[in-house]
Design a protein around this ligand. Structure first.
Ligand code: EAX
Length: 344
């Protein structure tokens, strides 16, 4: 009997103790939530597939510092380079969901969400960087960026990825005929796939983070990217030949999740817009320098660099003409005509 009573008392005390504990816990929880709410900085996760030493990441960091400073810490920008948050499609979908707040994504991958964007990847479109900037920073660029809001994304401006050049591990490429039977990784974008089919290669679309292992394991023979991408990702370790094809001028879009954008005050939007413009100018400048320096590095690393004569390049240009017809039809002759005029 005595034992039974003491057992009941013990149990009663134990229950009381548990209750006290859980109450204590919830208090702690409450205070910590209150604290976060009152001192809450808006967090802007900013992702890219680029390496941490590339112009793009340097400009992202510059943007981060400026925004944090000018909002007095009200917006905290966290930079994630090196595909840490996945490939470009993952990033775009993250922006749509609101799980990611900002990213730098190629026009090519963006065009699978917003098809008109694909016209910027028409082959041999821009004769030099300045012409590209004029179109991207002008009316056509603005129109294409504005269309992204239908996809839950705010298109801020265009940063530079640069002229794309072909590399491979098999042989020197001087003409479209040389491409026969060569497996080339392309971006996950219909226009790039179409282009490499027309040129006579076997295109294999793949997300960027999968590219190095695919080259290393011989799943593909080649890839195409600007000098800076080929160098900063050490593709020269698994690719011997580079042809200066300059087949596409590639732009990357600085974009922000609409879900995040809608939480910002007008003042915060202005700060972000201004910092984004300054980051773009800075990025293009640093990128030009890196492109020069890193072409030299590719040579030092032993890549064979093949320049094409005007006649040789002409053969590539002729091969891709059907792309112009196809995309004029699909996207609309008006817009494509306007683009061709502006790119002259
Ligand atoms: O936007 O995937 C690629 O080859 C691109 O050049 C890269 O994603 C940068």
């Amino acid at each position: 009997m005595k034992r039974a009573i003491s057992k009941i008392i013990f149990l009663f005390c134990f229950v009381l103790m548990l209750a006290a504990c859980s109450e204590g816990n919830s208090e702690v929880l409450e205070t910590s939530t209150n604290k976060t709410n009152s001192s809450e900085a808006k967090v802007m996760k900013f992702a890219s597939i680029n390496t941490s030493d590339r112009s793009i990441t340097l400009a992202m960091k510059k943007f981060a510092e400026q925004v944090e400073k000018e909002t007095n810490g009200g917006i905290k920008v966290e930079v994630f380079p090196d595909s840490q948050l996945g490939g470009e499609r993952d990033n775009f979908e993250g922006l749509q969901l609101g799980s990611l707040q900002a990213s730098i994504i190629s026009t090519a991958v963006t065009s699978t969400f917003s098809p008109n964007m694909s016209i910027l990847d028409l082959p041999f479109l821009f004769k030099d960087n300045d012409t590209a900037y004029k179109v991207l920073d002008g009316e056509i660029g603005d129109t294409l960026l504005a269309e992204l809001s239908n996809q839950g994304v705010i298109g801020m401006n265009f940063w530079e990825n640069g002229y794309r050049h072909l590399t491979n591990s098999v042989k020197e490429i001087k003409s479209p005929e040389d491409l026969k039977g060569l497996k080339i990784r392309t971006m996950e974008s219909p226009i790039h796939l179409d282009m490499w089919k027309e040129l006579g290669a076997i295109p294999t679309p793949m997300a960027f983070p999968e590219l190095f292992p695919a080259l290393q394991q011989g799943i593909v023979d080649g890839q195409e990217n600007p000098y800076v991408v080929t160098a900063t990702n050490r593709f020269y370790e698994v690719q011997d030949h580079l042809t200066v094809t300059q087949h596409v001028y590639a732009a990357n879009i600085f974009m922000i999740s609409k879900k995040f954008w809608d939480t910002l005050s007008e003042e915060e939007k202005d700060i972000i817009t201004k910092a984004g413009e300054e980051a773009k100018v800075y990025q293009r400048e640093v990128e030009q320098q890196q492109a020069n320096d890193l072409l030299e590095l590719l040579k030092e690393k032993g890549m064979e660099i093949t320049e094409l004569s005007v006649e040789e390049k002409q053969k590539f240009t002729e091969k891709v003409q059907p792309i112009y017809e196809k995309y004029s039809k699909e996207i609309g002759e008006d817009l494509v005509g306007k683009l061709l005029e502006a790119a002259k």
